[in-house]
Design a protein around this ligand. Structure first.
Ligand code: AHR
Length: 512
């Protein structure tokens, strides 16, 4: 937990860190990714056969290396909106027999050259777990059960044998399955009412868990603070009405609740503080989960369902339309926004079970490919520092700083949650290192900050990693990398200066 006290301009900011006050375990899965059959994410992104940069499977080796560097723990697939007309059987078996189909989410053609087995192989090479999303548009429950059997069954049954015939003996044991994607959206093929969705999701969940009780099922929520979220949680987060256990059971049909948050604004401070809405959304979704459990009398023996923010990022669809591949070019302002998203995830570690940046390659992504190589966009750099270091436990933090007082995007942020100019989180790693993440969002003010509770072991040295640039508008291109990580060291004495429009990660061995 972090507490914030607003100070006047001219007062001295301070950060007090309590490394011995662990709040909650940070789930590694908050650094998850997402690959959709959309734009150049799969084709020309992770899969580019014939390119000298690809391996014998047609997978781009530079992309795999980057995602390994990012230590991506889990990747969602195959959509997104794409999944609402996707039939997984089209994408397995000999490639020459796979049908091309019209694609209705992004209005293209799906060749099905890349499908389930390719994705599983790719995940193994990246070292991440697969997370599959089921087709709640044109798909049927039979088809969903067949996919689960194909991926996870070791029995002598039709779809498990089809997997064997396609070259894979052992089950893939896919743990994470989503019950549809954005089924509430008017853009969906087969948009649903909350009543229809809740009824269908509950029945599908029951059947899927009868086939494989070990899976983690993720309910399709909206923003975390809508009547859709409220209703579907109330209808689906129940207990012992489906024959899964007795009063001592630890099982439930629904294990997580998915929400999606994209933010963007043309003005820097509205843009950089917009991800505060995601933190508030996690809190509100968590409260709605509590409410459903209270109303449905779910006993404490059933672990609380976590929030799964399985699409998040900076995205303005007017600037980078989905039908045109949504290739956002990110600025330093966007990198600071991503740091604010991630600080919020660390602060809300108790309730957040997974988060997936949307997306992992080319489409609204930190990585963009060309036939000749890879560009690491501005947002890559805070993401890398977080994924590398902000693991373990979230620890208590008190921040005294000035607050941005202008227009927010969305407007409701202003009344619901503060917008500090120094946005911070802290983690105590399992390696005994303390990590303090600080985004100074001010466009023109460096802040000299007193750091209390800093007790580095040994020589007292603090490692310093800084992401900044000449101004908030700079971008990275194939020709020029204006934003990266600058590494340094601080002796831990006196105040630390967080430069204007920068993200800084301070890291020291805990001597406390
Ligand atoms: O990530 C891009 C799109 O955004 C996804 O397909 C959809 O789920 C969301 O609206």
């Amino acid at each position: 937990m972090a507490t914030f006290t607003r100070i006047e301009d001219g007062d001295s900011p301070s950060i007090t860190i309590h490394p011995d006050h662990k709040i909650a375990k940070i789930d590694d899965k908050i650094y998850g990714g997402f690959t959709e059959h959309m734009g150049r994410c799969i084709y020309g992104g992770i899969y580019d056969p014939g390119n000298p940069l690809s391996d014998e499977n047609g997978f781009r080796k530079d992309v795999i290396e980057a995602l390994k560097e990012l230590k991506v723990p889990v990747v969602r697939y195959p959509g997104g909106n794409f999944v609402a007309t996707y039939h997984w059987l089209d994408g397995v078996g000999p490639k020459e027999n796979r049908p091309s189909r019209p694609e209705l989410a992004w209005i293209g053609t799906e060749t099905n050259e890349f499908g389930t087995d390719e994705f599983m192989k790719w995940c193994e090479l990246v070292g991440c777990e697969p997370y599959l999303c089921l087709n709640f548009g044109t798909g049927t429950l039979d088809e969903a059960l067949a996919w689960l059997e194909y991926c996870n069954s070791d029995r002598n049954t039709y779809y498990a044998n089809l997997r064997r015939k396609n070259g894979r003996e052992k089950p893939y044991n896919v743990k994470y399955w989503a019950l549809g994607n954005e089924c509430w959206g008017p853009w969906q093929v087969e948009q649903m009412t909350k009543e229809d969705y809740a009824k269908k999701a509950y029945q599908w969940a029951k059947a899927l868990k009868l086939l494989d009780p070990s899976i983690t099922l993720i309910l399709c929520g909206e923003t975390g603070y809508s009547s859709w979220d409220h209703y579907v949680l109330k209808e689906c987060v129940k207990w012992d009405v489906h024959g899964l256990g007795n009063e001592n059971t630890t099982k439930s049909l629904i294990d997580m609740h998915s929400i999606h948050i994209y933010t963007a604004d043309k003005e820097h401070l509205a843009n950089a503080t917009a991800p505060r809405s995601a933190e508030r959304a996690i809190q509100m979704a968590s409260a709605l989960i509590d409410l459903a459990r209270i109303e449905n009398k779910v006993p404490a023996t059933v672990p609380k369902q976590k929030v799964c923010l399985d699409e998040w990022n900076v995205w303005d669809p007017a600037r980078a339309p989905g039908e045109q591949g949504a290739e956002e070019q990110y600025t330093l302002s966007d990198a600071l926004a991503v740091a604010v998203f991630l600080n919020g995830f660390v602060r809300q570690a108790r309730d957040l079970g997974m988060a997936n940046i949307a997306q992992s390659v080319n489409v609204i992504s930190p990585l963009t490919t060309s036939p000749r190589g890879l560009v690491k966009q501005t947002i890559w750099w805070p993401l890398l520092l977080f994924s590398r270091y902000m693991r373990g436990h979230t620890v208590a933090l008190n921040v005294r700083a000035p607050e941005y007082a202008g227009r927010t995007q969305p407007a409701w942020i202003r009344a619901a949650i503060e917008t500090p100019l120094l946005d911070c989180s802290a983690a105590l790693g399992d390696d005994g290192y303390v990590n303090l993440a600080v985004a100074n969002l001010s466009e023109d003010r460096d802040y000299e900050v007193a750091l209390h509770g800093l007790r580095p072991a040994g020589d007292g040295k603090v490692a310093v990693f800084t992401v900044t640039g000449d101004n908030v508008h700079v971008t990275n291109t194939a020709d020029e990398q204006k934003v990266g990580i600058r590494e340094g060291e601080w002796d831990g004495q006196g105040k630390f200066t967080f430069g204007k429009h920068s993200f800084t990660l301070l890291r020291w061995k805990s001597g406390a």
